[in-house]
Design a protein around this ligand. Structure first.
Ligand SMILES: Nc1ncnc2c1ncn2[C@@H]1O[C@H](COP(=O)(O)OP(=O)(O)O)[C@@H](O)[C@H]1O
Ligand SMILES: [Mg+2]
Length: 330
């Protein structure tokens, strides 16, 4: 069996909402596969279907060779799930949570203690093991959560948005844990809203939007789809963003706004295309703090594929009002 996960036209409808609208994917054994998409794209629905928590409306899927409907029990015995929201008990200590789960999963007292010791070390939670979970930081809680899902050494681990809401340091910790698990041979299906996260962790990525896969490949392949490079501009004045977008549009280039309102990214056919744009911006008196030319980010890829950014930003090219229209010229 080559594939850990195989789905064909998988559909999940909730009334008129097609949370998953015909997804066909293959995840190889031993790989980290990234399912990348914005809020509401269908990521959790996909994970819930494959972990047999819900049943499909249509299509079929197998996990580690077992059909998710006909062989749901066999699927459950081989997988583990770390959900988007923590599933550990707040009232218990970290230690009590892990021991309780281990016993519930059928480990003997001795096995449970030995596994518990390994997990404490692997996930760096020994220091807080005897404290109540309600007092844990977000990152700590997430580590305990993933540790809990590793008690039985699953062949396949679902990590549903494991770092959403975490600070950068806790995120780095979860990334390190994910890499360690992957090296130990566990197949991982990771869902994320963060393009950088998929880029960092996943060997292959499927981009999902409105319940459909809109692109698939390695990060490099996805990046290659939108041209050879991207120009990143940091404007001196955030109010110049719309005007800079219009100037780019005049040269046939599509500028895209970033979370930071002073930043623009502009996919270019080649590096030479940067020069006329930079000249035109200078001519129009738009001052830059910084510019850089490099490989496109996955955010730019998402924009190219869907016409909107991963967080739903709108393009700024074209005839639009300036971002901040409050300033009055004298
Ligand atoms: N139990 C449910 N009942 C009705 N609609 C749902 C249910 N679960 C998910 N949805 C809808 O399906 C879509 C996909 O949701 P979800 O899989 O949670 O997305 P994601 O995890 O990518 O944010 C959303 O529009 C969501 O509102
Ligand atoms: Mg979700």
């Amino acid at each position: 069996m080559k594939h850990a996960i195989e789905t064909q036209d998988l559909v999940k409808a909730y009334g008129a909402t097609r949370a998953l609208d015909g997804v066909s994917l293959q995840v190889r054994r031993g790989e980290v596969f990234g399912l990348l998409g914005p809020n509401g794209a269908g990521k959790t629905t996909f994970v819930r279907l494959l972990s047999t928590l819900i049943r499909p409306t249509g299509g079929r899927a197998s996990v580690l060779g077992h059909d998710i409907v006909a062989d749901a029990g066999k699927v459950r015995a081989r997988i583990s799930l770390t959900g988007q929201f923590a599933s550990v008990d707040e009232e218990l200590t970290g230690r009590e949570n892990l021991m309780l789960l281990a016993r519930l999963l059928g480990l003997s007292g001795r096995e449970a203690r030995s596994r518990y010791g390994e997990l404490l070390d692997a996930f760096d939670i020994a220091g807080a093991a005897n404290r109540q979970v309600s007092g844990y930081s977000g990152g700590m809680r997430r580590r305990l959560d993933i540790a809990a899902s590793m008690i039985t050494r699953p062949d396949l681990l679902f990590l549903d948005e494991p770092t959403t809401g975490l600070d950068p340091r806790a995120r780095a910790d979860v990334w390190a844990i994910t890499r360690r698990l992957a090296r130990s041979g566990t197949t991982i299906l990771l869902t994320t809203q963060y393009l950088e996260e998929a880029d960092q962790l996943a060997e292959r990525i499927a981009v999902i939007d409105h319940g459909r896969v809109i692109a698939q490949g390695t990060a490099a392949q996805l990046k290659a789809r939108i041209g050879s490079g991207v120009l990143r501009l940091t404007l001196h004045d955030r109010d110049d963003a719309a005007r800079a977008g219009t100037i780019a549009a005049g040269l046939g280039l599509a500028a895209q706004m970033q979370e930071d309102p002073r930043m623009l990214t502009i996919p270019l056919p080649d590096a030479d295309a940067a020069l006329p744009l930079l000249a035109a911006l200078a001519e129009q008196g738009i001052a830059l703090v910084d510019f850089a030319y490099g490989q496109p980010t996955l955010d730019a890829v998402f924009f190219a594929l869907t016409g909107h950014g991963a967080q739903g930003e709108a393009p700024v090219s074209g005839p639009q009002e300036p971002a901040a229209a409050t300033e009055v010229s004298e």
